[in-house]
Design a protein around this ligand. Sequence first.
Ligand code: UDP
Length: 252
Amino acid sequence: MARRTKIYEGKAKVLYEGPEPGTIVQYFKDDATAFNAEKKDVIDGKGVLNNRLSEFFMNGLQAIGIPTHFIKRLNMREQLVRKCEIIPLEVIVRNYAAGSISKRLGIEEGTQMPRPIIEYCYKDDSLGDPLVTEEHIAAFGWASQQDMEDILSLALRVNDFMSGLMLGVGIRLVDFKIEIGRVYEGDYQRLVIADEISPDSCRLWDIETGRKLDKDVFRRDLGNLTDAYSEVARRLGVLPKTAQMPKPTIVE
Ligand code: UDP
């Protein structure tokens, strides 16, 4: 079997050269990291769940006309995506306060925002992905004015889609992060949703109980992460019934 060319290994995924030019294989690892990789663990089954969930969200976005890099899922842990140039920004959309905005501005977690708030962080692990303004983005040439208008509109559309989808299964979309890629088609460039959308990159709270169903379970030691992600997948109908194996009973 020919050895694949690894392009990049990140905290939760590995990227390989795809079978066709302009494609990439995204492999979802079970590794979980938080606080800029200060906290690390391997969580059995996380990669499989994120692969399935990201496929589900990206397909849904595509179905309502929001372009994404997703082509198809290849197997349990891998998906084929379009190669794109990643804009070095984490685009965060917040519907309710949580995490860093609560700390930064002293807003109690769970407070509804007056309207969805968009924030940009510069993607650089060595700097801890600092918050930046549109002024920095324009001055340092990370994205053009037109890109920024398109990014804002994409982020708000993704927010409406994801919020509605989650509301339908009793989950509140508190906030999420997306990454945007540029693809070139002849003389034109187009922006697409890239990377992944999964409970690793969203905050998801059960509407009735407030139970956290996202990576905060790992960040804050709130229980079993796979159980939380499986619950999201189960409610969305993403997990086939057969994949919900009963837990083994310990025989004394
Ligand atoms: N987020 C992410 N990757 C990052 C930083 C944040 O996916 O490198 C997501 C995070 O899971 C949450 C949202 O973006 O859904 C907002 O995160 P926040 O700024 O509150 O940072 P945190 O509290 O996670 O450090």
